[in-house]
Write a protein that binds this ligand. Structure first.
Ligand code: FAD
Ligand code: NAP
Length: 317
């Protein structure tokens, strides 16, 4: 059960975990099992990104596909059983200039000896009607997660960066055909990636095309409504699946100026552990990982962060 809170929290917490995805729950479980007083703030998306997916087939421990909500509920239960104080709150400002660190939420303010940032990232979407309607029914932003469901089907990938090219190539392992749709006539992806794309016989590129909408029959995707940006000609493409690959956005706006971030806004962490630029502040999961955006990776990094926070407290309590 998520606990309610008074407006101002007086006790200083040992470990404050921000985020309730796989990274957050795992970090909290490890820190709590080490005997630390842990509070986890769920944010507005309790359970994180997986809450919107129906089938997960690549998280170990489940021989049958597990739904995202079910997997995240199991993580929440486990964390709560171990003694993690789970609070529904959204942080909108932090002050990491001195310890204890201060985090200001919608419902309460928190003081903590350590903080683990697990606020994740989210895919950028095109913002089309059909996209919202068919997410999980043919529309995806993750080929590694959903490519398997498109065996011998025709799919389209939207975007022209490294992610789009990588997703298109990956999807050829399953799909009958892959059409890459890009809004310009040159790709942003690295040359070596482009060469691999053009050499793949299963992939066709549609240049200068804007997606007007994603079409469907009410229950699944059937195609795309497109417009040529040079001629303004409208046309349609029949596909069974659409992978939107126009970039991701890490949830780090509240940490800018407090912890070092890279040009794309991801938290910069030490490569071998979870330390950030501020001693006592750690990071795990998609928020610091633009490449391997997977639940198991986030959980693994959460484990590292939970252990790091405990070690830090052993020396600096
Ligand atoms: P997230 O899951 O993004 O969680 C971030 C958390 O931070 C959320 O709880 C949010 O509420 C919280 N938060 C954000 N800002 C604040 C704030 N200001 N204050 C407090 N809390 C905040 N991966 C797989 O391995 N297998 C799959 O099959 C798979 N399928 C996917 C399907 C979809 C549709 C999507 C979108 C992703 C899928 N992924 C899959 C990727 C996987 O969901 C992510 O890699 C994983 O959830 C990242 O975990 P995380 O804990 O780092 O962050
Ligand atoms: P990106 O480089 O920002 O590319 C986004 C692509 O989506 C661009 O081609 C852009 O078109 C297109 N786009 C953006 N908004 C759009 C919209 N509304 N409608 C249609 N198209 C739209 O993002 P990314 O490919 O996710 O890569 C992010 C970072 O991760 C990059 O630094 C990339 O190099 C890196 N990355 C590296 C690897 C690798 O090294 N293997 C793999 C993946 C990602 P325009 O080109 O017209 O702007």
């Amino acid at each position: 059960m998520v606990t309610s809170m008074c407006f101002r929290r007086i006790d200083v917490i040992d470990v404050l975990v921000i985020g309730s995805g796989p990274a957050g729950y795992t970090a909290a479980i490890y820190a709590a099992r080490a005997g630390r007083k842990v509070t986890l703030l769920t944010g507005s998306q309790q359970g994180g990104q997986l809450i919107i997916t129906s089938f997960i087939e690549n998280y170990p421990g489940f021989s049958e596909p597990v739904s995202g909500p079910e997997l995240m509920e199991k993580m929440r239960e486990q964390a709560e059983k171990i003694g993690v104080n789970i609070v529904y709150d959204v942080i909108n400002r932090v002050d990491f200039s001195q310890r204890p660190f201060k985090c200001f939420g919608d419902s309460a303010n928190y003081e903590s000896k350590t903080v683990i940032i697990c606020t994740g990232a989210s895919a950028k979407w095109l913002g089309l009607k059909g996209e919202t309607k068919y997410i999980g029914c043919g529309v995806s932003a993750c080929a590694t997660c959903d490519g398997f469901f498109f065996r011998n089907k025709d799919v389209a990938v939207i975007g022209g960066g490294n992610t789009a090219v990588e997703e298109a190539i990956y999807l050829t392992n399953f799909a009958r055909s892959v059409t890459l749709i890009h809004r310009r006539d040159t790709l942003r992806a690295e040359k070596v990636m482009q060469q691999r794309l053009f050499a793949n016989e299963k992939i066709k590129v549609v240049w200068d095309a804007k997606v007007l909408d994603i079409l469907g029959d009410g229950s699944k995707v059937t195609g795309l409504a497109l417009q040529n940006t040079k001629t303004s000609e409208n046309f349609e493409l029949s596909v069974d699946g659409v992978f939107v690959a126009i970039g991701h956005q890490p949830a780090t706006a509240i940490f800018v100026g407090q912890v070092a971030t890279d040009d794309n806004g991801y938290i910069i962490k030490n490569q071998t552990n979870s330390k950030t630029s501020v001693e006592g502040v750690f990071a795990a999961g998609d928020v610091c990982n633009p490449t391997y955006r997977q639940a198991i990776v986030s959980a693994g990094q959460g484990c590292i962060a939970g252990i790091d926070a405990d070690k830090f407290l052993s020396i600096n309590n």
